[in-house]
Design a protein around this ligand. Structure first.
Ligand SMILES: *Cc1c(COP(=O)(O)O)cnc(C)c1O
Length: 489
């Protein structure tokens, strides 16, 4: 399998790269990304053969169809990470909320958010490649809450890899912050920044283009890579659960093989939804992919009108912070797949320079064959949490946004699968507020309150956080980041 560039080739880089090249150096010509040159076709026979397969066996089979240049035993080791989820037999359980509505729970990994589904195996693969090539990598991550813990968790104590994670001090939940600052390993560094997520992200970008920083890294024989979903190494693992959840519906006789379903994805950077789109391209019977957002509804507007417009928009803080995002990186891979490289480059450059672009009517029609979208605000999110709780199902604020699209975006009476991206424990103050009308409780109080109401236990990995010693205490000014990182290296 070869990978090609979403904005075309600049005649300096290779026009085609292998999977391992694409994940070690994720940026391509003109600031573009890598995307598959073609897709495997998963036949009816393939699906029939895997109706009863475990998650790990299905993943192995799908990845084999992709013919990536990673040894089968490395893939097997990477997939063993799922054995440490809550239930090794069922790392991504499918809950039944009503007769035609199912929830694929993607948060049963070590950091209680769906980032683990891809980052857990990805960490093994990347570290293996670095060792094989005798290279050292620095992974820089700026996080608003879930990517940070999942990146630290997957790379801790992995050879040839160091991770520096920047988070906005005061900008994450208590649980998310503790998941980072209590993570103890000599190859990890966590730094709090005075400022918000945009400040952390901007500081990181400044660093990436700093000559003195690059020179210092070169001296230490260290390359930079990325662990966010611009890296295809994450996307490849994010198609599996879309296929798996469909096959569970077949296994349970809820649908027959070949019947169509809706996929409903709470979206920010669009990696999760892209995984669903790629599964559909390979032959998964999907009617449409419903995209759910919060008040930062740039994606909803784009899918409805073909106008991607950042002018007049500011990120607003919501109760689903992992979706508080306006520049959604993986839309670029959709543009590339639908309209080709030169059009993608034109549109992405317009977004950078003019801060908006408009699809043609024909392009919009193509997009709307695949996607439909809606968004829910915080008040609606609270209602969905409360309603579902009354019906016996506890969900987090990101997952809750999907119920609006579920109500409004289906034109056929087909079953839907909502992809649940976080456990409620990461956002317990919002849940306490929705269920009990108490505002601004700290996590330490909100967790037991919700657990008691729901008559469930808080997982030990979460309760233990409050007693763990702090491994990282630095909270610094943006200007001091470079020095702090070099000190660590
Ligand atoms: C990262 C994240 C999302 C957004 O996923 P994308 O793949 O970036 O669209 C949604 N919900 C939660 C809880 C997340 O951590």
């Amino acid at each position: 399998m070869q990978f090609i560039e979403t904005r075309g080739n600049d005649h300096q880089r290779e026009p085609h790269v292998t999977f391992s090249q694409a994940i070690l150096r994720p940026m391509s010509s003109f600031g573009g990304l890598y995307a598959p040159a073609q897709f495997p076709v998963l036949s009816d026979k393939f699906f029939a053969r895997h109706v009863n397969s475990s998650y790990q066996v299905l993943a192995q089979a799908v990845l084999a169809c992709w013919e990536v240049d990673i040894d089968a035993d490395v893939i097997a080791t990477a997939l063993q990470r799922y054995d440490h989820f809550d239930d090794a037999q069922e790392p991504a359980p499918l809950a039944e909320v009503s007769e035609d509505l199912f929830v694929s729970e993607l948060y049963h990994g070590p950091t209680r958010a769906f980032k683990d589904m891809a980052l857990q195996p990805f960490g093994v693969v990347l570290s293996h490649l670095a060792q094989q090539q005798g290279e050292h990598y620095l992974i820089l991550a700026a996080t608003s809450g879930d990517t940070g813990p999942a990146t630290l968790e997957t790379f801790k104590n992995q050879p040839n890899i160091k991770v520096v994670c920047l988070y906005p001090d005061g900008g994450t939940s208590d649980v998310q912050r503790l998941q980072m600052v209590t993570e103890q390993a000599s190859n990890l560094k966590v730094i709090g920044i005075h400022g918000d997520f945009d400040d952390a992200q901007t500081a990181l970008k400044t660093l990436l283009s700093s000559d003195s920083f690059q020179a210092a890294l070169a001296q230490k024989n260290t390359h930079l890579s990325a662990a966010n979903s611009v890296n295809f190494g994450r996307i490849i693992f994010q198609q599996i659960y879309h296929i798996y959840s469909y096959l569970i519906l077949v296994r349970r006789n809820r649908i027959a093989l070949g019947d169509k379903v809706y996929l409903n994805v709470p979206s920010g950077n669009f990696g999760n939804a892209l995984g669903g789109y790629y599964a559909m391209k390979q032959g998964l019977p999907v009617e449409k992919i419903l995209i759910s957002s919060n008040q930062n509804h740039v994606l909803t507007d784009f899918i409805r009108t073909g106008h991607y417009d950042l002018r007049e928009r500011r990120v607003v803080g919501t109760s689903s912070p992992a979706m508080d995002i306006l520049k959604s990186s993986n839309i670029e891979r959709i543009l590339f797949d639908l309209y080709g490289a030169s059009r993608t480059r034109q549109l992405m450059e317009a977004l950078e320079v003019e801060r908006h672009y408009q699809l043609t009517q024909a392009e919009l029609a193509q997009l709307q064959m695949i996607f439909s979208a809606d968004y829910a605000d915080d008040v609606e999110v609270n209602q969905y949490i409360r309603q579902n709780f009354a019906g016996g199902y506890l969900l987090d604020p990101h997952t809750a946004t999907c119920f609006k699209a579920h109500a409004n975006c289906r034109d056929k009476a087909l079953p839907s699968i909502i992809y649940s991206t976080a456990e409620w424990t990461k956002f317990s103050p919002t849940i306490a507020n929705a269920l009990d009308d108490v505002a601004d409780l700290p996590d330490e109080k909100a967790l037991p309150l919700v657990a008691e109401k729901a008559n469930i236990d808080v997982p030990p990995v979460i309760t233990a956080l409050f007693d763990k010693p702090l491994a990282h205490t630095a909270v610094i000014d943006k200007r001091d980041i470079e020095q702090e990182i070099l000190k660590f290296l």
